[in-house]
Write a protein that binds this ligand. Structure first.
Ligand code: ACO
Length: 429
């Protein structure tokens, strides 16, 4: 007989099915709990709730394991290209040479954005945050491609929407950066690889050819792969939730970008560098800031430390730490802010508060360091994260649509006022 869980409510015993994942993870299926018992479960922040079954990414936070479609993140980051990994996430298998060439060709084909979109950029203020611009621009792509409005029917239009998103996000991200600088926008150069093309649009100028440093290309390729998916995190769940109403894919991704922006999620990479700069400007007393982070009466937290699911180490942070050491060495960078990062890491890792709470540097701690070292402006950090996460968001959305999941609609336990009668304004105290 298959395993079940028993729950006793008001003296009555109910049996609930147990679901086992392919890596032995267990869940109690409570989908019929309310209809059978009248009870719901309560789990603030979904710390203990599976919202779906998924075959995309496996993560074991205790053991520090992360795999995309079964492949360890370490191998993919070491040997793969970002578009190869994007293909894997979307299709479930690594592409052969022909499939990859075709996929890359389709992405190249769609890299330009509609000329009319350039007008949109004109009206953002020059200090508009690039994440706000990116989210708005991705959402507005849906207005240019009305066929994207029927996402629930698997069709050529859906596939084209996926290509368009992967192809146009770097273009939109680079334009938002150029807009900030007041520099001319650069058109994509489709003779270049995905990462090189993005760097060309970011750093190129119409007056001279930009030749990217292979060390930078390699680091960026790794970073994009490391960020490509992370199962049911805040932004991926947002994408699935918005998509579950059958809103179009552009809108769902735009919502994912907005969710990622927050400092407790992807926005932490920007906050890490801002925090390090604050510590430096305050005289560089790291102990003082560590004490502040530990003080319950002080809202300050060490950005880049702690993770909802990784409670021993973040495997991405380990890969990226090695990469950040290499890149700082190769580029010969001597940056006081990065020195503070090194000391902060050392001090926090030996501190009982951080040890007891299993707070380790997360991927955002080191990614911020690499982005800074390769000259990406701080406000663009979370945009870089979004570029990497895009294939994961799309894969999560695609799975949700293909599995015909119902609209997401959590319940609540109401704690507000009981029924009371309306009082006309003249009679109110
Ligand atoms: N600095 C100081 N204390 C912290 C930190 C931190 N960065 N993170 C957690 N803690 C403490 C909490 O105060 C709490 O202490 P308590 O048990 O004494 O009350 C304990 O550690 C547990 O923290 P929670 O907030 O309950 O853990 P949760 O899983 O809800 O939050 C989160 C995880 C949001 C990542 C948190 O660690 C945090 O805010 N970190 C800083 C922001 C950050 O780097 N975010 C990026 C995450 S990675 C990503 O999104 C890609």
């Amino acid at each position: 007989m298959s395993e079940t869980a028993k729950i006793i409510l008001e003296g009555k015993t109910y049996e609930l099915p147990v679901v086992t994942g392919s890596e032995g993870e267990k869940a109690i299926d409570i989908s019929k709990l309310r209809s059978e018992t009248g009870y719901i479960t309560l789990d603030l922040g979904y710390k203990n709730t599976g919202s779906t079954t998924s075959a995309i990414t496996f993560l074991d936070g205790e053991k520090g394991i992360l795999r995309y479609r079964g492949y360890p993140i370490e191998q993919l980051a070491e040997k793969g290209s970002f578009l190869e990994v994007a293909y894997l996430l979307l299709n479930g298998e690594l592409p052969n040479a022909k499939e990859l060439e075709e996929f890359e060709g389709n992405i190249r084909y769609h890299s330009l954005v509609h000329e009319d979109m350039k007008h949109f950029f004109q009206f953002f203020s020059s200090n508009a945050h690039p994440m706000g611009i990116l989210s708005a621009m991705v959402s507005s792509l849906s207005t240019f491609y009305p066929k994207s409005q029927t996402p629930n029917r698997p069709s050529k239009d859906v596939i084209r929407t996926i290509y368009r998103l992967i192809a146009k996000m770097p273009t939109l991200a680079a334009i938002s950066y150029k807009k900030n600088l007041g520099q001319p926008y650069m058109y994509p150069d489709n003779s270049l690889g995905y990462v090189e093309n993005f760097l060309h649009m970011m750093y190129g100028m119409p007056t001279e050819k930009y030749v990217p440093d292979p060390v930078v290309v390699d680091a960026l390729n790794k970073l994009l792969i490391l960020h490509a998916d992370h199962e049911q995190n805040c932004s991926a769940s947002t994408v699935r939730m918005v998509g579950s109403s059958q809103a179009n894919l552009y809108s769902a991704i735009s919502a994912g970008i907005a969710a990622l922006w927050g400092p407790l999620h992807g926005g932490a990479n920007q906050k890490v560098i801002e925090m390090l700069e604050t510590i430096r400007n305050d005289g560089g007393d790291i102990h003082k800031w560590v004490d502040k982070a530990k003080d319950k009466n002080d809202p300050f937290r060490l950005f880049g430390f702690g993770h909802r699911v990784y409670k021993n180490f973040d495997p991405r942070a380990q890969i990226i730490k090695r990469s950040s050491d290499q890149i700082l060495g190769k580029l010969g960078i001597n940056d006081p802010v990065l020195e503070i990062a090194r000391h902060l890491e050392e001090i926090a890792l030996k501190d009982d508060y951080f040890i007891e709470r299993k707070l380790y540097p997360n991927v955002d701690f080191y990614s911020g360091i690499i982005y800074r070292a390769i000259g990406i402006p701080t406000r663009m950090f979370t945009v870089m994260f979004a570029l990497g996460r895009l294939p994961g968001w799309i894969a999560q959305w695609k799975e949700m649509i293909e599995d015909k999941e119902p609209i997401s609609r959590p319940r609540q336990i109401y704690t507000g006022a009981n029924k009371r009668d309306y009082v006309p304004i003249a009679q109110r105290k």
